[in-house]
Design a protein around this ligand. Sequence first.
Ligand SMILES: NC(=O)c1ccc[n+]([C@@H]2O[C@H](COP(=O)([O-])OP(=O)(O)OC[C@H]3O[C@@H](n4cnc5c(N)ncnc54)[C@H](OP(=O)(O)O)[C@@H]3O)[C@@H](O)[C@H]2O)c1
Length: 346
Amino acid sequence: MTENYPAELRSDAELDETLSLPTNQLVGFMKRIPGDIMILGIAGKMGITLGLAARRAIDAAGVKKEVIGVSRFSDPDSRTLLEGHGIKTLACDLLDRASVAQLPLIPNIIYMAGRKFGTDGSEDLTWIMNTEVPANVCNHFTGTNIVAFSTGCVYPLLPLGQIGCTEENSPAPVGEYAQSCLGRERVFQYYSRAGKIKSLLFRLNYAIDLRYGVLHDLAMKIMNDEAVDLGMGYFNAIWQGDANVQALLSLEHCASPAAILNITGPETVSVRYAAAELARVMEKDVSFVGEPVDKSYLNNAARAAALFGYPRVSLLQMIRWTGLWVKNGHRSLGKPTHFEVNDGKF
Ligand SMILES: NC(=O)c1ccc[n+]([C@@H]2O[C@H](COP(=O)([O-])OP(=O)(O)OC[C@H]3O[C@@H](n4cnc5c(N)ncnc54)[C@H](OP(=O)(O)O)[C@@H]3O)[C@@H](O)[C@H]2O)c1
């Protein structure tokens, strides 16, 4: 068990509490940075616990600072949860330029709005969402630090024998979702180079929550006695609570031109290994189909580890928590990552 963490997480409340646990580093950061923090696209899979982590770190720092969450709040419960934890919320469709123009000017922004699933067949919507919304945001905010969530899928897929893509690798996105994410990055780069904002492109590979994520997907297959596909043989992942902390700390590394930072865990995880360990925790059998193609999304986050330290939650801890969560029938968001997709069609 990871030090100071429970052996098992038994409810959404316990899980949110664990995913939003701030670090001393984050508390110190909140004492240093001036101004409030705004999270654009807060109501998604990651934004809620990121907002909660920011709020808890500010409270622990004993400083006066607002966390403001912006989304359409398609699910009103997310708004109630955030407000209940002291996060101010503003409903706004970021596609609507006039509404964006009404947002208060805040010096620190975490940009999380995006569209992935449903791209195949509605490519235009994905492109508009992933490029026009960033333009709306960059046009409105001036002199702001923006950590813009992106994805390791802007890189090419690599054979296992290589070290994973570092920030120096040129993007070569496969498929329209990944291409539109590079489009999103280019918009932030343009406005950063022009000196209007400072930004950091946060290239994340697979956050692990227990209600969704690569390990959750594998555990669901095992639970339902479905074979695990070995087609995408390897992946990188990071505990979402650690990714949340690193996103907030990245505000201090925004730059003009835009900085780039890969974010993931230290291991290159074999799907076969992770599935076997999950099955052990779940006391289930596991079967496999397919053969690993020697090409995966492999993200080298050595630079982030040098800046922030290694993630707090280990791979085996994530596996154990996920296995028990799924085995005991806790909530699933029902949003598979489709991490096994290697042709870019989401
Ligand atoms: N989770 C991961 O493992 C992962 C991995 C790599 C990259 N990323 C990137 O990280 C970002 C955050 O991840 P996530 O998993 O939390 O994404 P997510 O679940 O898709 O959340 C994004 C949220 O943005 C809000 N949003 C979308 N369109 C909007 C609009 N027009 N105006 C205002 N708000 C809007 C939505 O909430 P409302 O419907 O309430 O507006 C949505 O829930 C995404 O951009 C994703 O591409 C995530």
